[in-house]
Design a protein around this ligand. Sequence first.
Ligand SMILES: NC(=O)c1ccc[n+]([C@@H]2O[C@H](COP(=O)([O-])OP(=O)(O)OC[C@H]3O[C@@H](n4cnc5c(N)ncnc54)[C@H](O)[C@@H]3O)[C@@H](O)[C@H]2O)c1
Length: 273
Amino acid sequence: MSLDIINQRGLVLLGCGKMGSAMLEGWLARGVAPSSVSIIDPYPSARLESLAEQGLQLNAALPDNPAICILAVKPQMMQDALPQISDIARGGTIFLSIAAGTSIGYFESVLGRKAAIVRAMPNTPAAVGRGITAIVGNGAAGADALDLADELLQAVGQTVRLQGEDQMDAVTAVSGSGPAYVFHMIEALAAAGVAEGLPADLAMQLAKATVGGAGALAEEATEMPDALRVNVTSKGGTTAAALDVLMNDATGLAPLMRRAVKAAADRSRELGE
Ligand SMILES: NC(=O)c1ccc[n+]([C@@H]2O[C@H](COP(=O)([O-])OP(=O)(O)OC[C@H]3O[C@@H](n4cnc5c(N)ncnc54)[C@H](O)[C@@H]3O)[C@@H](O)[C@H]2O)c1
């Protein structure tokens, strides 16, 4: 399985900030040896410094032919960062980019069309093995390359394969950025609890457990979310009173979410220009 290949040939991470670290923690927890990981990052975290003491290669010479090289710097930093991995073999290594808005065509223009390039959009719940990553490959990324990328990403959650790269901006806006929307909902729910008289720590505990529990139920139940919502809603009761506000056609959550997701997708398209 892919993690064995990673341990044999190595994994390079170009940039290891919030998203790179989230995935790295998932891989380490699932058996990737710190000594098989090479990281290039001018500002390594204390956690990376500590992993370096366990054998992780930090800003050191790279393996010639690693199984996979993950490109995890900000889109705006990509051009400056890529020359640092230019000595990696083009034939045997899969280049997996997680950068928002940065097209496969851009990477082909830098790495060449023969390089196997996989564009992916993960999300930070990968840190606890609950991420979801969408992937799409270029012409040089054959079934084996996509399978390897898929297996590696499955170690930190679910994966989906896209029909085309044109779906990536919408995916980024829904699942890449989506955790931030949910975290903000937790903040807003807790703040509303405080406004109704609860202590802040109790309101936050209630909000976190409610969102976490509802998310788990939505994933595990056979019913769809609309049926689960109806199950909570007594006729003439408290939930119905709240949903009158949240499901207002003009001012409720749906039009607000539509605007938010459109703003994210538009920004993803801009980053690709
Ligand atoms: N954070 C998320 O939720 C998320 C989700 C999906 C995709 N992404 C994508 O992941 C990428 C990284 O995002 P992030 O949130 O982890 O950002 P981040 O700023 O936390 O991490 C970027 C890392 O790159 C390092 N870096 C900067 N210049 C470098 C260089 N020249 N060479 C090597 N490393 C360099 C920085 O020190 C930093 O640690 C972005 O392209 C983003 O679009 C992020």
